[in-house]
Design a protein around this ligand. Structure first.
Ligand SMILES: Cc1cc2nc3c(=O)[nH]c(=O)nc-3n(C[C@H](O)[C@H](O)[C@H](O)COP(=O)(O)OP(=O)(O)OC[C@H]3O[C@@H](n4cnc5c(N)ncnc54)[C@H](O)[C@@H]3O)c2cc1C
Ligand code: SF4
Ligand code: SF4
Length: 373
């Protein structure tokens, strides 16, 4: 019995009541007690189990990064500036309609649809935006449905609740997931968990990670935005690269450029304590290719990720090009910057350089993460 794994009551005390929850959804959809409601995890009743999967999988409870990395890559954590990276490319969907409906190059939608079409996965866990701009995890079983979840909702979503529900089904063998970095970490903790019930983590197919600097709290941000635009008419959000410093909202009837500083106040507290910008525990990670319109940056991390990308390229589904050196250097700098800010914010919160809150890592790994070595 691992002393680091506690029960649901302690999850409330250690994570939710301390405003450390990222709303990844890993603790939702497994038991009758925890549910997600309008951008929050809510306990419907008191759970007195000593140990729970909710606590074990949460990315904000004690986290051994080496163990999580071993579960994904079979090797300790790679502290290089963007984590374990076999290759970095610039990519986009080969289909014009996917590109026009996707956030940038539609790489994520192209890969998820391809994996479904080829039978590499039975279902994909994606994130769909529902009424009132509320994002939720959703299950997609046909390639044609993937595009319905395209584009980025910068509000945090409890996506992994959908994985928890789907992995239970006996007729499902492989489930792919599109995940933010904290969600990829929760999935890695699921795979690494010493608990007998690892929530069918063996059914986890390729994890397509998204770059992420922060995500927003739903209720307060929705209230703020509702004064400017009808939420149900929003078609797209975007954050163009610096020096723009704006948050863009496109709807049926209007387009808005809101100063980014007005939006920062809605960032979830836990995002300031998050080390990972590029989903370092995913099989592949996808973000913008800054300054190159209509293209993505794609990091290939695992064998499984390399096979998926190569098969999609060979099938003519994915266009692959070299990422300019300037973009790669900038990405590494931004990723290291996020790690350094997170360590500083954690120390400010705990009041101690040695109390790393949720991180159970050696001094040496911490040094390497900060230096990107
Ligand atoms: C909260 C958030 C913050 C981000 N921050 C950055 C950043 O700082 N830098 C950067 O380069 N890129 C960032 N991205 C990623 C970027 O916005 C694109 O998602 C990514 O580049 C893929 O582009 P695409 O054209 O391939 O996407 P598409 O093909 O349009 O696919 C987008 C996918 O995103 C998923 N998705 C949408 N909203 C959410 C959500 N709230 N939670 C989880 N999954 C979601 C959908 O399932 C969809 O499959 C962020 C994304 C999110 C959701
Ligand atoms: S971070 Fe994820 S697992 Fe932890 S409490 Fe929040 S939703 Fe649950
Ligand atoms: S910044 Fe980190 S904690 Fe916040 S949503 Fe992104 S990955 Fe999750």
């Amino acid at each position: 019995m691992s002393p680091d794994i506690k029960g649901g009551r302690q999850l409330l005390a250690d994570v939710i009541n301390r405003d450390l929850c990222s709303l990844c959804g890993a603790c939702v959809g497994m038991c009758p007690y925890l549910t997600a409601y309008k951008g929050r995890v809510v306990a419907l009743d008191d759970c007195n189990l000593d140990q729970g999967r909710c606590y074990a999988f949460c990315p904000r409870t004690t986290t051994d990064l080496d163990a999580a990395s071993r579960a994904v890559f079979g090797a300790p954590y790679d502290a290089g500036p963007i984590g374990k990276a076999r290759d970095v490319f610039m990519t986009r969907s080969a289909a014009g309609d996917v590109r026009s409906r996707g956030q940038y190059g539609g790489t994520v939608s192209a890969l998820a649809a391809f994996a479904l079409e080829r039978g590499l996965i039975d279902s994909a866990v994606l994130t769909a935006t529902g009424g009132g701009m509320l994002p939720e995890g959703t299950l997609v079983r046909a390639a044609s449905e993937v595009i319905g979840c395209a584009r980025s909702n910068y509000v945090a979503a409890p996506t992994l609740a959908a994985f928890n529900r789907e992995a239970r089904r006996e007729d499902v063998a492989k489930v792919g997931v599109v995940a933010t970095p904290c969600q990829a970490l929760a999935l890695a903790k699921m795979r690494a968990s010493p608990l007998e019930n690892r929530n069918n983590a063996d059914k986890l197919g390729p994890v397509i990670g998204l770059f992420c600097t922060w995500a927003l709290r739903y209720q307060e941000f929705a209230r703020f935005l509702r004064e400017k635009v009808a939420l149900n008419e929003i078609k797209k959000f975007d954050i163009p690269p610096p020096p723009a410093n704006v948050f863009q909202v496109f709807s049926d009837s209007t387009s808005l450029s809101i100063p980014l500083d007005d939006v920062r106040g809605f960032i979830r507290n836990t995002c300031n304590l998050c080390l990972d910008m590029t989903a370092e525990l995913a099989d592949v990670s996808v973000g913008a290719a800054e300054g190159v319109e209509g293209w993505n940056t794609l990091i290939v991390r695992s064998d499984r990720g390399a096979e998926l990308v190569e098969a999609a390229r060979a099938a003519g589904v994915l266009e692959v090009d070299a990422l300019p050196d300037e973009n790669l250097n900038h990405l590494k700098g931004a990723s290291l910057g996020k790690r350094r800010r997170a360590f500083a914010n954690i120390a400010a919160m705990t009041g101690s350089e040695s109390d790393l809150l949720y991180l159970d890592i050696s001094d040496e790994l911490r040094r390497r993460l900060v230096e990107g070595e």
